[in-house]
Ligand binder design. Structure first.
Ligand code: HEM
Length: 149
């Protein structure tokens, strides 16, 4: 297939790699999402945040996350949502937790996929995490206002 997923690194260290889109299936995404949230639900720091926000019925969240990863990796456009607004409302959200989230995500990808594919998912996740973190936690200090007399 000609279409490919282009992945880019963070900051100025931008690299492009082509992962054939036909190497990724909806079934793989489903497996990734299922396994990742099993890990999240067993993590002492992340679990309480998710259990509180999701309060019982995990299926709608898992379905949304399948759509999200399908949109990110396969450009299906299935995910319709605003992660920044959602995360702004998540109680207990802290910038330092992104490291743990990414660690569990990488562990899951490496257990399920070959190195190149795992890397493609992880690079995307890291970029999205970075932009989410900036949107949620970066508050540029305002320059002192100049008074004109
Ligand atoms: C500190 C790390 C993170 C925490 C604690 C966290 C927590 C959560 C929680 C609790 C929800 C469910 C909110 C609700 O339904 O009310 C959620 C939704 C979501 N998260 Fe995260 N998240 C984190 C990082 C990420 C990252 C790095 C990504 C993407 C790579 C991501 C993508 C999403 C998406 C797409 C949703 C669904 C948003 C929607 O409702 O449309 N999250 N997250």
């Amino acid at each position: 297939m000609v279409r490919s997923v282009s992945i880019a690194g963070r900051g100025s260290d931008v690299k492009e790699a082509d992962i054939g889109i036909d190497q990724i299936s909806e079934a793989m995404i489903r497996r990734l999402v299922d396994e990742f949230y099993i890990k999240v639900r067993a993590d002492p720091e992340l679990a309480p945040i998710f259990e509180h926000a999701i309060a019982g019925d995990w299926e709608p969240h898992l379905a949304k996350m399948r759509d999200f990863w399908s949109s990110v990796m396969l450009t299906t456009g299935r995910y319709k949502g605003n992660p920044v607004i959602t995360h702004l409302r998540v109680e207990g959200m802290e910038a330092r937790l992104f490291g743990r989230w990414l660690e569990l995500f990488a562990e899951t990808c490496r257990a399920l996929f070959d190195d190149r594919l795992a890397e493609a998912f992880c690079v995307k996740a890291a970029r999205i995490a970075e932009s989410l973190k900036l949107a949620l936690f970066y508050r540029p200090s305002r320059p002192p206002s100049r008074t004109i007399s």
